[in-house]
Design a protein around this ligand. Structure first.
Ligand code: HEM
Length: 151
């Protein structure tokens, strides 16, 4: 005999919890934090002056990533984030600035504890995937600086 209770709900995806509008609000809050919080100034400086295009792209990306339709994949042909981030130095400090913006954005939209817990590890994981440097500070490019450090 089945013991499953009629009140038991199947687990919901972050997309089902937030919906398209919720994800749009989250991304708007995310780039507002990046644009105004000085702790994220370093990664803000990597982005174009106009945050409109990247706002649309991250919204499309997160819709699919959170369990909705694969709209970013339909536009970009892939969900791989390596190429678009390759021009930027993304080490542990830059990764943590990005995650700080996302944590603050989740607070600003009033995300539930359930949703924050659901997203915590996967967000860390995707940010680690985007990270492309082991160190936070780019190596000095001036050959005289390298020569000086050898003496
Ligand atoms: C780990 C720290 C990260 C940094 C410093 C970073 C930085 C950037 C920068 C500088 C751009 C280019 C923006 C522009 O052209 O104005 C970009 C694009 C983008 N980022 Fe990130 N990013 C990070 C993590 C992530 C993560 C975790 C995701 C997804 C969950 C993501 C999704 C995207 C998308 C979808 C784009 C647009 C790509 C395209 O042109 O198709 N980023 N990011």
């Amino acid at each position: 005999m089945s013991e499953s209770s009629p009140t038991e709900q199947p687990p919901r995806s972050p997309y089902e919890i937030l919906g398209d509008q919720g994800i749009k609000d989250l991304v708007a809050a995310f780039y507002d934090v990046m644009d105004t919080n000085l702790e994220a100034a370093e990664i803000r400086a990597m982005h174009a002056e106009d945050l409109g295009p990247v706002r649309s792209k991250l919204t499309a990306y997160l819709v699919g990533w959170m369990g909705g339709p694969p709209v970013y994949q339909a536009i970009a042909g892939t969900v791989c984030l390596t190429d678009p981030h390759a021009p930027f130095h993304i080490g542990p400090r830059q990764r943590d600035q990005w995650l700080m913006c996302m944590d603050e954005a989740l607070e600003r939209i009033g995300a539930s504890e359930e949703l924050k817990t659901m997203l915590k590890l996967p967000m860390q994981h995707v940010a680690e995937t985007v990270q492309n440097q082991e160190t936070s500070d780019p190596a000095p490019r001036d050959p005289n600086i390298i020569a000086a450090s050898r003496t």
